[in-house]
Unconditional design. Structure first.
Length: 417
């Protein structure tokens, strides 16, 4: 007896760009769903065969055969079961392609039996926009019949004054995904690739009693190229303030911005208590990025007057969580890596321990300064302050971001009755 469409556990993916295609690959490997329904929203090439070729080959990660089976020589068995209905079998796993509608409210999720959608278009980032908006809105997915939506990008909410922001959480698997409330949360943001790596990098420091006294922090991500950049120099669009992204991605190091720090506040609210700055440096590689985290602690000293926080102390924090609370998500290594070594590596962040460095100085606070703030009979004091530089690798496409997105997707799906 065949399983009815309402009994099957189907995942919808809206958009087949970098994150959409790699999410498809993740779930082909994971097999936690009974099938996928992928909305492309338009015809691709001249036939369904052209779409299949696009889906199963990638300039960064190679062919789907290689992705699933390595160098074993085994190949995927791909069958177009019904070209008119867009039904494809990949090693027996059903993938249905929708190509008629781009506005979320018009996509036939209910007819397809899809109750969870991952929106990978990068277009619908404001969950407060009504589904009636002619340009489309993420709430349209709910109108179209799905129960939950995960957006594979940070929210960009324009009118925060009248929005119930608690209804629209930002969740990162392994950091705060347990805060998901099925009764309250219908639209979720899975943050960004950099915020995902950064959250896993800084969370162990916030949880340790010595390193959670943070005075200030900043980070730079040396980031691989993305499709928001120009292949060759181009003329900026009207109103564009950043002229650098219109310069050629092929042969430039490009200073850029990142919203990672702001998004991180939604995931780890503790960082609001200290200053955090973030920027991005785009480089001409296709994936794998590097976070350089600079962080300053109020440090204690031991009985010998030596600072407790040093490189070994920080690395031991990461070693412990890599085998404990963040096992399988944070990795620690003493190897000397280059970016290609982390291609596809399934980790939110990989701490390169040999690159961890610290310096401790003493902040002198004079008796005059203490007296000025009302302290009676003050004496000069020296406050130990430790500055640390920590390096973390993350495959900003598949290895870090899509893996965490996939695990979050499976977690949300497990709470749909």
């Amino acid at each position: 007896m065949e399983t009815s469409i309402n009994e099957k556990k189907l995942l919808g993916i809206n958009g087949l760009g970098r994150i959409g295609k790699l999410s498809l690959w993740y779930h082909l490997l994971s097999r936690k769903f009974d099938g996928l329904v992928v909305n492309v929203g338009r015809e691709v090439g001249k036939s369904l065969d052209h779409l299949v070729q696009t889906m199963t080959s990638d300039s960064t990660y190679g062919t789907l055969d290689h992705f699933l089976y390595g160098y074993t020589g085994k190949v995927c068995q791909i069958e177009i079961r019904d070209g008119e209905k867009g039904i494809i079998l990949i090693d027996g796993f059903p993938v249905k392609i929708l190509n008629k509608d781009r506005n979320p409210r018009d996509i036939k999720w209910k007819d397809e039996g899809v109750r969870l959608v991952v929106d990978c278009t990068g277009k619908f980032l404001d969950p407060t926009i009504p589904d009636s908006d002619p340009k489309g809105a993420v709430l349209g997915h709910l109108t179209a019949g799905t129960q939950k939506v995960i957006v594979s990008a940070p929210f960009k909410i324009k009118n925060k004054a009248h929005a119930d922001l608690k209804r629209y959480p930002t969740l990162i698997y392994g950091i705060n995904h347990l805060k998901y409330n099925p009764l309250q949360h219908d639209v979720i943001s899975a943050a960004s690739c950099t915020t995902t790596g950064l959250a896993h990098m800084i969370n162990p420091l916030l949880e340790d009693r010595e390193t959670n006294h943070i005075l200030t922090a900043s980070m730079s991500t040396v980031h691989a190229a993305t499709n928001t950049q120009s292949v060759l120099d181009s003329v900026p669009s009207t109103g564009t303030g950043d002229l650098r992204k219109n310069r050629s991605v092929l042969n430039n190091i490009i200073l850029s911005t990142t919203g990672a720090a702001k998004t991180l506040e939604k995931v780890l609210p503790e960082i609001i208590n200290f200053g955090f700055m973030a920027d991005s440096i785009r480089i001409p590689t296709n994936t794998v990025s590097l976070i350089s985290l600079n962080i300053t602690f109020h440090s204690r000293v031991n009985e010998n007057g030596m600072p407790i926080i040093n490189a070994d102390y920080i690395n031991n924090i990461y070693r412990m969580v890599a085998e404990g609370s963040q096992k399988g998500l944070l990795y620690y290594t003493d190897r000397q890596n280059v970016s290609a070594d982390l291609l596809g590596f399934p980790a939110a962040i990989v701490i390169e321990g040999n690159a961890t460095h610290t310096r401790t100085g003493f902040l002198k606070v004079s008796s005059e300064m203490l007296s000025a703030v009302g302290i009676k009979n003050p004496q000069d004091i020296n406050i130990p302050v430790t500055h640390a530089k920590i390096m973390g690798w993350y495959d900003n496409e598949y290895g870090s971001y899509v893996n965490c997105l996939g695990k979050l997707t499976e977690y949300v799906a497990s709470h749909i009755s």
